[in-house]
Design a protein around this ligand. Structure first.
Ligand code: RB5
Length: 144
């Protein structure tokens, strides 16, 4: 199950992602907003809570630029959020950073690219090995 959420800037892009990826068999828990204006930090917290509680495996957050969502999500313990706008970074943030949340900007990328990136994010595994040590170091910073 994938948690997904957006602020008012990301509603249309979120709908495209849910529609396109549902057709490919992915299941979403849509945390809103459905259109009402909302503050992106509140939405980031809501979606990330689904992940830290174990209810969802990964999350997708969309705002105008994706930046506000990624700043907010990365404040939450256990969350490694990556702002994704190209396929290389999206693939490697899964392979090397074991990112559990992807953030995208509805005002910076179109629906075709966003759906492609979401699919890469959701289907690429973590490489582990030396990258596990580095992820553990991030967790150690978090626990200081
Ligand atoms: C909302 O207008 C906008 O500030 C927000 O969607 C986002 O881009 C913030 O980073």
């Amino acid at each position: 199950m994938i948690a997904i959420g957006c602020d008012h800037a990301g509603v249309e892009l979120k709908k495209s992602i849910i529609q396109t990826l549902s057709e490919k068999g992915f299941e979403f828990c849509d945390m809103g907003t459905d259109g009402e204006p909302c503050d992106y930090p509140d939405m980031a917290e809501k979606v990330c809570e689904q992940i830290t509680s174990g209810k969802c495996e990964r999350g997708i957050l969309i705002c105008g630029t994706g930046i506000g969502m990624s700043i907010a999500a990365n404040k939450i313990k256990g969350i490694r959020a990556a702002l994704c706008a190209d396929s290389f970074s999206t693939r490697f943030t899964r392979l090397h950073n074991d990112s559990n949340v992807m953030c995208m900007g509805a005002r910076t990328i179109g629906p075709g690219l966003a759906c492609e990136l979401a699919e890469i994010f959701l289907t690429t595994g973590f490489e582990g090995g030396r990258h596990q040590r580095r992820v553990d170091l991030i967790t150690a910073i978090e626990n200081k």
